[in-house]
Design a protein around this ligand. Structure first.
Ligand SMILES: C[S@@+](CC[C@H](N)C(=O)[O-])C[C@H]1O[C@@H](n2cnc3c(N)ncnc32)[C@H](O)[C@@H]1O
Length: 310
């Protein structure tokens, strides 16, 4: 039954479309719903009454949990205000893992603290046995001088040559700023944000489902990382844009046989377990402490020209 929905963006209302997806059939679900902030979508009213919005959210959140496999994970992206309600609801029938704080400026709200992060709630369907991998991201450096931003004192010899383990605060992924890089959509997410969630919780050929697909960010990320995808999107135009973009995407975000996330020509995320096999493709500073001012770089011959063009 699921086969006919695989690797497609299906146009329609997610609550209707979810009815076609069997229980326990998908490895990871990610939702980036309308935030009810009066954004200008072409076919959706982003200004429901408070309780009306929450009642609606509870319906599709329950569907996300239902379709997720016992080894699978559920991610919900929103502003903290709504996530507090999502968490209260989800705590009843899924298992809290993390509140990921994605450091990105958000819409100013009232005259108090300026909101500076979006949250991504990370739940697993079952308390035990979920597929979760440790990740690493490149060391953060001063943009002009190239030195490590963090002062590790005398411990530089022991630093991981690629970069630190990813924590639950993400400061290295920026919102799409340039209009040339975005589709005509008010809140398209950066691809390498989705890459990171997909590498965190899925393997090659696993199925990723996004009920609010927009212009296809989750599907594109899944495809380029060798995963299968299902996208639901109410808006015909967004669904068409996604389909056109997906035709150009190849499952090529690899070094050797290892899936990695790229941002432009750099690597944004790797799996910790993959470093053992990946390190042969890198120029690693020697002696180790020179990592303070010298980057670990990808060897030119390591990446196919196809990927470098991205
Ligand atoms: C915040 S945007 C998602 C953006 C997406 N993450 C991206 O990067 O392109 C929410 C999307 O949900 C769609 N939408 C709203 N109501 C929907 C529904 N009932 N079923 C499916 N899609 C819906 C909107 O058209 C909009 O494109």
């Amino acid at each position: 039954m699921l086969d006919k929905y695989l690797n497609r963006i299906i146009q329609g209302d997610c609550l209707e479309l979810f009815k076609n997806i069997p229980d326990n059939s998908v490895d990871m679900t990610f939702a980036d719903p309308p935030f009810n902030l009066q954004k200008k979508y072409t076919s959706y009213k982003d200004n429901l009454e408070f309780q009306e919005y929450l009642d609606w959210c509870e319906k599709w959140i329950a569907e996300m949990v239902r379709v997720t496999k016992p080894t699978g994970s559920i991610f919900l992206h929103n502003i903290p205000k709504w996530l507090t309600f999502y968490a209260t609801y989800l705590n009843k029938f899924a298992h809290f893992k993390h509140w990921i704080s994605w450091d990105a400026p958000t819409a100013p709200m009232g005259k108090s603290l300026q909101p500076a992060h979006y949250g991504i709630l990370f739940y697993t369907k079952e308390a035990k046995g979920a597929k979760i991998y440790e990740l690493r991201y490149p060391h953060k450096r001063d943009r002009k001088q190239g030195y490590l931003l963090k002062d590790y004192g005398g411990k530089k010899d022991g630093l991981h040559p690629f970069g630190p383990l990813v924590s639950d605060v993400w400061t290295d992924i920026h919102r799409i700023k340039h209009n040339s890089k975005r589709d005509p959509h008010p809140c398209q997410l950066p691809l390498h944000l989705l890459d990171r969630l997909i590498l965190l919780t899925t393997d090659e050929n696993d199925i990723v489902l996004d009920p609010f697909s927009g212009t296809g960010t989750t599907a594109i990320s899944a495809k380029r990382l060798g995963r299968k995808y299902i996208g639901f999107e109410l808006d015909k135009k967004y669904a068409e844009i996604s389909q056109q973009k997906l035709e150009q995407v190849k499952p090529n975000f690899k070094i050797g046989e290892i899936w990695v996330s790229f941002y432009l020509k750099d690597i944004a995320t790797i799996r910790n377990n993959d470093w053992h096999d990946l390190q042969q493709y890198f120029n690693i500073p020697n002696p180790a402490r020179s990592i303070d001012f010298q980057k670990t770089t990808l060897k030119k011959e390591a990446v196919s020209k196809q990927i470098l063009k991205q």
